[in-house]
Design a protein around this ligand. Structure first.
Ligand code: HEM
Length: 114
């Protein structure tokens, strides 16, 4: 299978690592867009829509994103959460609760080069 970006596989050279990316922290996620490794989504609603019906199947897809939650990749079908509009809005609202207003303005963390 051809990957536009091989992710971890580009570094390890292993087929089993193709298309894998680090799971990022969701802390302060509402203020750290754009989202995903290539910044393809501008908003959290776009990310949630992606999980609802946009995930593409591939051999190394994480088992949590497949229909059969058996701990093995590659056997089941890609999971479609098919979320309702209310569920999507609830998820986005939840993601907004992960914003730490204090850390955003704390001078201690304002200069990453110090
Ligand atoms: C409805 C459930 C989920 C929500 C709301 C969610 C939310 C998010 C968000 C907001 C991001 C973007 C983070 C950023 O760009 O800083 C993200 C990325 C990611 N999530 Fe999820 N996630 C969910 C389920 C999962 C599951 C089940 C997995 C499987 C292990 C997963 C693995 C990842 C990975 C690997 C990335 C990074 C992708 C990339 O860099 O392109 N997520 N998720």
């Amino acid at each position: 299978m051809a990957y536009t970006d091989q992710g971890k596989g580009a570094f390890t050279g292993r087929a089993a690592d193709r298309g894998l990316f680090k799971v990022p922290t969701l802390r302060n996620i509402a203020v750290t867009g754009p989202y995903m490794h290539d910044g393809r989504f501008a908003t959290l609603m776009e990310v949630v829509n992606h999980y609802s019906d946009g995930v593409a199947d591939h051999p190394n897809l994480h088992f949590r994103l497949e229909t059969l939650d058996d701990g093995q990749a590659g056997e089941a079908e890609v999971l479609r959460l098919d979320l309702s509009q209310a569920e999507k809005e609830a998820l986005v609202a939840f993601l907004h609760t992960l914003t730490d207003e204090e850390v955003l303005v704390d001078e201690k963390y304002s200069d990453p080069f110090k």
